[in-house]
Ligand binder design. Structure first.
Ligand code: MOS
Length: 739
């Protein structure tokens, strides 16, 4: 029995508000937390199979040309026939990020960037395989030529014309504006930096392939892997019960899964391929660097008359993905004249893809720096400038907002941060420092992120009491938990709807044999898969109510007791020793097209800058967020803390460096690529504001996962300006750029 729901209109049932336990929105701990903290939760690289072999990828050392010859003589001489070299063409045809599962157009033996996986060396131990990988002799033909700098005049570019927004006359608005900003920002490439490196263990039973791996979206990944291998999707099963972070890098399958599957088939034994950190940097994918030309103009009162955002990003030849930098600029602020464009440069660098809130993370950062510059030019407070430009509807296409808390988060943030203490004149505050070295400043930014609902299915089962134990429930979906709290949130929804304590609900995730979800990505996970669990539970409640003799709306389930109308019976009695189950299915509908759905945040930062060295220390940060109904305040808060922390990284230290001669990635580990460590992160404060969005999904929640990074870096660089007077437009704000 199924309960299907398509979001074609606002869903005002509000079922979760009336529930007896009041669990939703509370800080329920992760049921998987203890297993993770004690190391009993195993990750893909820890999977052990009988007779398992180990594979190590061999990567291109040139940025182009083709593979002319693979010389295995030295390898065979040193290691004998224990070692197998796999140069299967399918290894090179791994669908990359943003290609919608289609194999990239580069030919089977063509090289496109330094670090591209070309072969897999398989041996009985990891060490032997790694040694073998070093002994493999690959000879290339041609390939000295390439394009390595997106901004070089010779580099080919394409305008993404479908993304262009051209409303009114921005040039005219700029020419006659009372105040304007016209400048260029640059953000460097970023790596997703998931803690768990990519890994896959593959084994075959006849025609059936099972792969334990680290993946975000199992249904999609299963189709991708089947496509890459040329086998039916029904023959592939993916397992990813625990994933140590994704941040976009595990949205698609990559070479370790394809390589392990090919090798396992060829050798008739399970094969494990684990990427080193350097390989993750080089061969998985990166966030594109951006060049962003921003033009803002406003009247005397600080009302925006125009917004221009023209961007250049890069990717490999033939790859479809283009960092959607202008996404948030479509709707963040009202302005009658608007010109937004996105251009893609074709460079021979590691493939670009979705990393930590693609689009808004970098786009809002530059926009929010420009807004700070505009506020200074007009001479009004930066919070006030934003409040004067809150849009009443989507300013690009005129759609109404589903729900929107932009003004509320700005006001609440300013109040909680004591924003009024900020001195609007830069470089004046040095309190508390007798040596007068440290300049102090405050900055803020608006955060926005679009909200997405995707098709999802889940099965929920109510099982009868056994040996006097109370009734329990099982939740099943192929949803993943990439550290975000899916186990907690989905269990919590079922516990709330069925009136069971958390420990009576078991949630099974991360198995492609379970009902399909859209997985974890784009902040859609909890809302989409959570809605399918909610709907399955609604169906179960309806059946229980019928058995009790009342309407579902009257039914109260609590402590194993069902009450409704004039009836009250133990749940166990209603089940009568049997099991009931239901499948919930959510599908996006008209509301996704008819309403602008977005989440809002306001972030505030106070920094200190050494006037001798340019060192920046973040002293405190506050983020205020509104994302519809909050399902679990603990996991939601953790997501926001993570986003704010990435904001610190983006502002101060994160930067991929490419060698201009061949595009190769120079900093390929966490010694050279600096993500914030504990010493960089002060006490961060997160405040979640109450909101309901009936257009988003039946739970009235919106995605919060990525919101915390969408503009976060700008609060810090705006604070640096307030502290020092320096405008940093080239990220990150390293000391040389701050002084
Ligand atoms: Mo995300 S960057 O959609 O995992």
């Amino acid at each position: 029995m199924n309960r299907h729901h398509k979001m074609d209109s606002a869903d005002r049932q509000n079922r979760l508000d009336g529930m007896a336990q009041g669990l939703i929105g509370t800080d329920v701990p992760r049921p998987d937390g203890m297993a993770k903290a004690t190391g009993t939760a195993t990750y893909a690289a820890e999977e052990r199979r009988e007779g398992m072999l180990h594979g190590v990828l061999v990567r291109a050392t040139v940025p182009g040309g083709r593979v002319a010859d693979v010389d295995t003589d030295a390898l065979a001489k040193a290691l004998g026939d224990d070692v197998t070299v796999i140069t299967d063409a399918r290894l090179l045809q791994v669908p990359a990020q943003g290609t919608d599962g289609k194999a990239p157009p580069q030919g089977p033996d063509l090289v496109h960037y330094v670090g591209q996986p070309l072969a897999l060396v398989v041996a009985p131990s990891f060490e032997v395989a790694r040694h073998g990988a070093r002994l493999l002799g690959i000879r290339y033909e041609g390939g000295e030529e390439g394009h390595f700098d997106p901004e070089d005049d010779a580099t080919p570019t394409e305008l993404r014309d479908k993304k262009t927004v051209d409303i009114g006359d921005l040039d005219a608005a700029m020419a006659k504006a009372a105040h304007s900003v016209d400048a260029v920002w640059r953000t460097p490439g970023h790596v997703s930096a998931a803690m768990e490196p990519h890994a896959a263990v593959a084994w075959w039973e006849g025609e059936h392939l099972t792969v334990r791996s680290a993946l975000q979206m199992l249904k999609f990944n299963r189709d991708e892997l089947a496509d890459a291998l040329g086998i039916p999707a029904e023959n592939v099963r993916l397992l990813a019960p625990f994933v140590g972070g994704g941040f976009g890098s595990k949205l698609g399958i990559s070479h370790e899964a394809v390589g392990a599957a090919i090798a396992a088939r060829q050798l008739g034994r399970p094969v494990r391929v684990v990427l080193s950190r350097q390989q993750v940097f080089e061969a998985v994918m990166r966030r594109s660097e951006t060049r962003q030309h921003l033009r803002l103009c406003a009247d005397e009162e600080g009302r925006l008359t125009g917004i221009g955002h023209d961007c250049l990003v890069s990717n490999l030849p033939g790859q479809d993905f283009a960092e959607p930098v202008i996404q948030g600029s479509r709707f963040a602020y009202a302005a009658p004249n608007r010109h937004l464009s996105l251009r893609l440069a074709r460079v021979n660098r590691t493939c670009a893809g979705s990393v930590r809130a693609p689009g808004e993370a970098v786009g809002l950062t530059a926009l929010e720096n420009a807004m700070d510059e505009l506020a200074e030019a007009i001479g009004i407070d930066p919070v006030e400038l934003r409040l004067r430009n809150v849009p009443e509807e989507d300013p690009t296409d005129g759609k109404p907002f589903s729900s929107m808390m932009m003004a509320e988060v700005l006001r609440e943030g300013a109040r909680r941060f004591d924003w009024q203490r900020r001195n609007p004149i830069p470089a004046l505050r040095r309190e508390g420092d007798p040596r007068r070295e440290w300049l102090r400043g405050m900055g803020m930014s608006l955060l926005v992120r679009g909200n997405i609902l995707d098709e999802a299915e889940a099965r929920v089962r109510l099982l009868p009491a056994e040996d006097g134990a109370p009734v329990r429930a099982e939740v099943e979906t192929d949803m993943t938990d990439i550290g975000t709290g899916s186990y907690a949130v989905l269990s919590q929804i079922a516990a709330e709807m069925l009136g069971l304590p958390m420990e009576r609900v078991t949630t099974r995730l991360g198995d492609s044999a379970l009902p399909p979800s859209p997985g974890s990505g784009g902040s859609w996970g909890a809302g989409s898969s959570g809605s399918s669990v909610y709907l399955a539970c609604l169906e179960l409640r309806t059946r229980l109510a019928r058995a009790l003799g009342c309407d579902e709306g009257e039914l109260t389930l609590r402590d194993g007791q069902a009450t409704g109308g004039n009836h009250s019976r133990p749940l166990a009695e209603l089940l009568d020793g049997g099991t009931i189950e239901a499948v919930g299915h959510i599908e996006p509908g008209k509301t996704a097209k008819e309403r602008r759905q977005a989440t809002y945040g306001a972030q505030f930062a106070e920094v200190e800058v050494s006037r001798h060295t340019g060192e920046v220390r973040v002293r405190r940060m506050l983020g205020v967020f509104a994302a519809g109904r909050i399902l679990n305040s603990r996991t939601a808060r953790s997501q926001c803390l993570g986003g704010m922390t990435f904001g610190i990284g983006m502002a101060l230290s994160e930067e991929l460096e490419h060698d201009p001669r061949d595009g190769h990635l120079v900093n390929r580990d966490f010694a050279g690529y600096h993500i914030p460590v504990n010493a960089d992160v002060p006490q961060l404060e997160v405040h979640l504001m109450e909101e309901r969005d009936p257009w988003a999904n039946p739970m009235q929640s919106k995605g919060i996962g990525e919101l915390g990074i969408c503009g976060a870096a700008a609060a810090i660089t705006n604070a640096i300006h307030n502290a020092t007077g320096a405008r940093v437009r080239d990220y990150p704000a390293t000391p040389d750029r701050v002084l």
